[in-house]
Design a binder for this molecule. Structure first.
Ligand SMILES: NC(=O)c1ccc[n+]([C@@H]2O[C@H](COP(=O)([O-])OP(=O)(O)OC[C@H]3O[C@@H](n4cnc5c(N)ncnc54)[C@H](OP(=O)(O)O)[C@@H]3O)[C@@H](O)[C@H]2O)c1
Length: 351
C-alpha cells in the first residue's frame, strides 16, 4: 500500500480526495492536515465520512511527520501557499500532486503577470508536469511534481483539444464561456459565495483576463506550435457542483460538417477512459448534471455551416475531473497503476 498524505484536507477538494481514496484499493490515507481542525476527527468538517477513516484525525502540518508517514502527498492549499510548501516536500523525496495554480504555468514571467507575485521556486516550473492525462499521460507517469489543471481549464481544454490538434478551427480568436457551481470557490463563505447571494445566480465574473486563460493558452500553444488567443467568460451559477465549458469557434475552412467533427472527436477520445462523446437522445448536448460525482468529462459539439461556426462543449464535475478525480487519475499514473483504479463508477442520478 502506498501511504498518501492530504495537505489541506478540510476543504472541498481535500474532502473529495478523501472520498475517492476511502475505497481506493492501492493506497491508504496516512496523514490529513488542517490548521483549524487539528486534533479533531475528519467528521468534524466532513460529516459524510461517518464510519470511514475512524483512526485518522486532522493534524497540524509538520514536514517531519509528512516525511515519515507518507510516500506521496496531495496539496490542496490556495495558490501562493502551495508554492512555498511544495519545494520543501519535494526536497524530502516525496512525490507531490498539487491542485493549486502555483505550478501550472511554465514561464515565471507569466506567473508574475497572472498571479501578481514572484514565484518563489521558478526552477520547479519547468519540472512540473501539467496534470491533464489526455494531453500529458506519458510525462505524468514519471513526474515528481504534477500540477493539476483548474476546473474551468480542464473543461475548456477537453472541449478544444481535438479541434486544435486537427486545425479545423481558427486559432486567432477562440471564445470560451464557462458556467460553474459554487463549490469552485472553496469551503469558506464570502459575500459573493454565501447562500443568499449565490443561490440561483447566473453571474459573470472576471470577464476579461480570468487567470485560467493563461494555462489554456499555454497548453494549446504548445499543441499547435503557434500563438493562440483565448478569451473566457466564467459564470457563477446556482448549482453546487459542475462546470460546463462552451467554446465558440470559427471553422478554418469549408467542408467541415458535423460528421467530420464527430470522426475527429471519436478518433481522439475513443480510447480515453474518462471522456465520453454525447450525441443523441435523450439530451443532445453535455450537461454537468449527468457527470456529477464521477470523473467523466462529457463532450459534444454542433456545427452551424451557414456561418462557419462550431460550438464545442465539455461538462465535468469541478470537484472530480476538475480537481480531485483528475488528481487521483494522475496519482494512478505516477504509481504505475491502471489509470482508472478507484475511479471507474457512473455518475449520480438524479442529483
Ligand atoms: N474547488 C474547486 O472546484 C477547485 C478545482 C480545481 C482546483 N482547485 C484549487 O485547489 C485548491 C484547494 O481548493 P478548495 O476548493 O479545496 O479550497 P478550500 O475549500 O478553501 O480548502 C483549502 C484548504 O487549504 C487549507 N489551507 C488554507 N490556507 C492554508 C495555509 N496557509 N497553510 C496550510 N493549509 C492551508 C485549508 O485548511 P485549514 O484552513 O483548516 O488549514 C483547507 O483545508 C486551491 O488552490 C484551488 O484553487 C479548486
Amino acid at each position: 500500500m502506498t501511504r498518501v498524505g492530504v495537505v489541506g484536507a478540510s476543504g472541498y477538494t481535500g474532502g473529495e480526495l478523501l472520498r475517492i481514496l476511502a475505497t481506493h484499493p492501492e493506497v491508504e490515507v496516512s496523514y490529513a492536515t488542517s490548521r483549524e481542525y487539528a486534533g479533531k476527527p475528519l467528521t468534524a468538517i466532513h460529516p459524510h465520512f461517518r464510519g470511514f477513516f475512524e483512526k485518522l484525525k486532522f493534524s497540524q502540518l509538520s514536514l517531519d511527520t509528512l516525511a515519515s508517514q507518507c510516500d506521496l502527498v496531495f496539496v490542496n492549499t490556495p495558490h501562493g501557499v502551495s508554492s512555498s510548501l511544495v519545494p520543501k516536500i519535494l526536497d524530502m523525496g516525496l512525490k507531490v500532486i498539487d491542485l493549486s495554480a502555483d505550478f501550472r504555468l511554465k514561464n515565471p514571467a507569466d506567473y508574475r503577470v497572472w498571479y501578481d507575485m514572484e514565484h518563489p521556486a521558478p526552477d520547479l516550473l519547468a519540472k512540473a508536469v501539467y496534470g491533464l492525462p489526455e494531453l500529458h499521460r506519458e510525462e505524468i507517469r514519471t513526474a515528481q511534481l504534477v500540477a493539476c489543471p483548474g476546473c474551468n481549464s480542464t473543461a475548456a481544454l477537453i472541449a478544444l483539444l481535438p479541434a486544435v490538434e486537427s486545425r479545423i478551427i481558427e486559432l486567432e480568436r477562440i471564445s470560451v464561456d464557462v458556467k460553474v457551481g459554487s463549490s469552485e470557490a472553496g469551503i469558506k463563505a464570502s459575500l459573493g459565495t454565501h447562500h443568499p447571494e449565490r443561490a440561483n445566480v447566473i453571474r459573470p465574473y472576471d470577464v476579461t483576463g480570468h487567470r485560467h486563460v493563461a494555462e489554456i493558452e499555454q497548453e494549446l500553444q504548445a499543441l499547435a506550435g503557434r500563438k493562440i488567443a483565448v478569451g473566457m467568460v466564467p459564470h457563477a451559477v446556482g448549482s453546487v457542483r459542475g462546470a460546463l465549458a462552451t467554446v465558440h469557434a470559427w471553422l478554418s475552412g469549408d467542408g467541415v460538417d458535423e460528421q467530420e467533427v464527430w470522426r475527429i472527436y471519436a478518433r481522439r477520445y475513443g480510447r480515453e477512459p474518462f471522456v465520453r462523446i454525447v450525441r443523441g437522445a435523450p439530451f443532445r448536448y453535455p450537461d454537468p448534471k449527468y457527470v456529477l460525482g464521477s470523473n467523466f468529462a462529457d463532450v459534444g459539439f454542433g456545427v452551424e455551416s451557414r456561418i462557419g461556426r462550431v460550438a464545442l462543449m465539455a461538462a465535468i464535475d469541478n470537484l472530480m475531473k476538475g480537481a480531485a478525480g483528475q488528481a487521483v487519475q494522475c496519482m494512478n499514473l505516477v504509481l504505475g497503476l491502471d489509470e482508472t483504479t478507484g475511479l471507474r463508477y457512473p455518475p449520480l442520478r438524479p442529483a
